[in-house]
Design a protein around this ligand. Structure first.
Ligand code: PLP
Length: 394
């Protein structure tokens, strides 16, 4: 049986979520904007889902806009709010380790004339709060976007502390919570967020559906134009089955049925065993608060791609860095921002667990990681040369 440990890339659709959504493909296929029975049924279903999403993050259902996923939500929040602010109105702060859906969008904003400042990351994988304070005191900042937890390292960012730093300034605060919604408890009101992105397929619902929480829809201009759906901010016919699935996932998460209490123990056990069995490695962000699901380990004197390929051959599916960047031969921008050199980041492997990952799966993964790393090192001329020169611990 294959062991799937790439849950930060995407998750398996949960059976009860699939069952909830299926009838909306073929039995209840209406357009929620249509003034007929099918349309009313679809409208009712999307309204219920809107409430389910809102319940999970503690906002009003009117503050939820359905999108195609976190990429689109981030684009709408960043470009939509920047457009509403106007080009000359100040600075946008973006940490260097954001997901490409934020980083690439910020580069586009910069090329359009908006001032973007890129915030440094500490070696522990957390944004540099001192630098944030000084940027805000020295420059007029209007907009900041900080992801809730990083998708490569799982390091959770101190959103409450950021909120405190922002207090007293009129700064729009966005977070990309694609990796945390459904896994951590989130209260957008307590966190004082202006907007938040979330994604269906990270929480056992469908790909191609997500949502944007927006405190005040007037602070966002549309980036695509069409009908009046979702306040005209996200026009287009709603993806009813996807939205029903997302709503159900949020309901399950609200009720605590995705139980991550054992996941942290399993992740910690995996790291402890790997550290016991192998030398010359580093766990990224190990000193920081991390998602219980995520372990990112840099194995020195190896290539992460080779380890991942070998594990894959042995029916264990993990990943290097994030899925979006693992097809490029770039070193992880996240680990680079944490100050790690390319010779270390090239050996990085991301193992991401689900709420239902079992101890048996983790035990087999540990064995296979040990075998794969040893195998990769045995055929590495650099490693063998370092051993000969007694420059490496064996
Ligand atoms: C932190 C983060 N933001 C955004 C995204 C993009 O989400 P989606 O696939 O829903 O567009 C991902 C997915 O990899 C992610 O991990």
């Amino acid at each position: 049986m294959t062991i799937y440990l790439d849950n930060n890339a995407t998750t398996r659709v949960a059976q009860e979520i699939l069952e909830e959504a299926l009838p909306y493909f073929h039995k209840m296929w209406g357009n929620p904007s249509s003034p007929n029975n099918q349309g009313l049924i679809a409208h009712k279903a999307t309204s219920k889902a809107r409430q389910q999403v809102a319940n999970l993050i503690n906002c009003d259902p009117e503050q939820i806009i359905f999108t195609s996923g976190a990429t689109e939500s981030n684009n709408i929040a960043l470009i939509g709010h920047a457009l509403s602010m106007g080009r000359k109105s100040g600075n946008i702060i973006i940490p260097k380790f954001e997901h490409p859906s934020v980083l690439e969008t910020s580069k586009r904003l910069s090329s359009l004339g908006f001032k973007v400042q890129y915030l440094n990351i500490t070696p522990d994988g957390v944004i540099d709060l001192n630098e944030l304070k000084s940027l805000i005191s020295q420059h007029q900042t209007n907009f900041i976007s900080v992801m809730h937890a990083n998708n490569e390292t799982g390091v959770i960012q101190p959103l409450s502390e950021i909120r405190e730093i922002l207090n007293g300034n009129d700064i729009f605060f966005h977070t990309d919570a694609a990796q945390t919604v459904g896994k951590l408890s989130i209260d957008v009101q307590k966190l004082g967020l202006d907007s938040l992105s979330l994604s269906g397929h990270k929480i056992h619902s469908f790909k191609g559906v997500g949502a944007l929480f927006i405190k005040n829809p007037n602070k966002i201009l549309p980036i695509i134009y069409g009908g009046s759906q979702e306040y005209g901010i996200r026009p287009g016919t709603l993806n009813v089955p996807g939205i029903v699935a997302l709503g159900k996932a949020c309901e399950i998460a609200s009720q605590g049925f995705f139980d991550y209490s054992k996941t942290k123990q399993l992740r910690d056990y995996l790291e402890k065993e790997i550290l016991r069995r192998l030398k010359n490695l580093a766990v990224s962000g190990v000193n920081s608060e991390r998602l219980p699901t995520t372990s990112n380990i840099c194995f020195f004197y190896t290539e992460g791609d080779a380890i991942v390929a070998n594990l894959n051959k042995n029916k264990i599916e993990v990943s290097t860095g994030s899925a979006c960047s693992s097809q490029n031969f770039n070193h992880s921008h996240v680990l680079k921002a944490m100050g790690l050199p390319p010779e270390v980041t090239i050996g990085s492997v991301r193992i991401s667990l689900a709420y239902d990952t079992s101890e048996k799966e983790i035990k087999r993964t540990i064995e296979q990681i040990e075998n794969s790393v040893n195998l990769c090192r045995e055929i590495s001329p650099i490693y063998l040369d370092l051993i000969k020169k007694k420059k490496v611990n064996t």
